[in-house]
Design a protein around this ligand. Structure first.
Ligand SMILES: Nc1ncnc2c1ncn2[C@@H]1O[C@H](COP(=O)(O)OP(=O)(O)O)[C@@H](O)[C@H]1O
Ligand SMILES: [Mg+2]
Length: 246
């Protein structure tokens, strides 16, 4: 059975505080909103909490205070099984470390979310997940690797498998954590084009995290994490982040 499509904006954070066990607050965010279908570039220096923020949006981390609403669902009120299910159904996540499943082939890694979630599979409109995975793999230039174990791939290839997995089944929200860091400029541009085209086609909101400010111009909206995060250290003079945040 397919649950009704969730209503509400892609993301609405209110008064969110997060600290790792025993530590100081890494995030203290009064408000952050992302509209449906919006294409947001989020940047900040290493260690500023970008990956932590995406962990909250994915429901893998829980805030110590505040509300995290994704597609109108309050993740902090849900149990861990419900959050896992919600993530599989509605979120495409390209992890900084890819998080591919080492004992599965490229094809099975890509189709995994559609096998975990009936609702996500249903959004393929009756198409076979393996066939759809093949089409995506072709556009990402990894079609020849579909039957290969992911443990045999280069870093750049693993990255593209992670992207295909995130995009398959048209999730309403796609989050990418530094996904272009292992790609050369040419592949990076094609990768961004594919990502934008698929997100536009599916109406997916995209939150793209990078420290590479040269990519910001390609996004409709750019946010420096320190602009929204009160727990951020003040920008040092001459720091490119300080300039960007002005
Ligand atoms: N699992 C963890 N346990 C404790 N501290 C962590 C953990 N992950 C990240 N941190 C700390 O939280 C802060 C933000 O980290 P992170 O979100 O990874 O930053 P970014 O992605 O912007 O580089 C850093 O100070 C980092 O050391
Ligand atoms: Mg990070």
């Amino acid at each position: 059975m397919t649950a009704p499509a969730p209503a509400g904006p892609a993301v609405a954070l209110r008064d969110v505080r997060f600290a790792y066990r025993g530590g100081r607050d890494v995030l203290d965010i009064p408000a952050l909103d992302v509209a449906r279908g919006e294409r947001l570039f989020l940047h900040g220096p290493s260690g500023s909490g970008k990956t932590t923020l995406l962990g909250l949006l994915a429901g893998v981390l829980l805030p110590r205070a505040g509300t995290v609403a994704v597609l109108g669902q309050r993740l902090e009120t849900m149990g861990s099984a419900a959050r896992d299910h919600f993530r599989a159904e509605h979120l495409g996540y390209v992890f900084q470390m890819f998080n591919l499943i080492p004992y599965l082939s490229v094809r099975d890694n890509i189709t995994l979310p559609c096998r975990l979630s009936g609702a996500r599979r249903a959004r393929l409109g009756g198409a076979d997940p393996d066939v759809e995975a093949g089409l995506l793999a072709e556009r990402l230039e990894i079609a020849g690797l579909l039957a290969s174990p992911v443990t045999e791939l280069s870093v750049g290839q693993q990255q593209r498998v992670a992207v295909a997995r995130a995009l398959l089944g048209r999730p309403e929200l796609v989050v990418c954590d530094e996904p272009t860091s292992a790609l050369d400029a040419d592949r990076r541009d094609r990768f961004l084009e594919l990502l934008f085209a698929r997100c536009a086609d599916a109406g997916s909101a995209l939150i793209f995290v990078s420290h590479d400010l040269s990519l910001a111009a390609r996004f409709a909206r750019t946010v420096a994490l320190r602009e929204v995060n009160r727990a951020a250290a003040p920008a040092a003079a001459g720091d490119p982040e300080a300039v960007a945040a002005r």
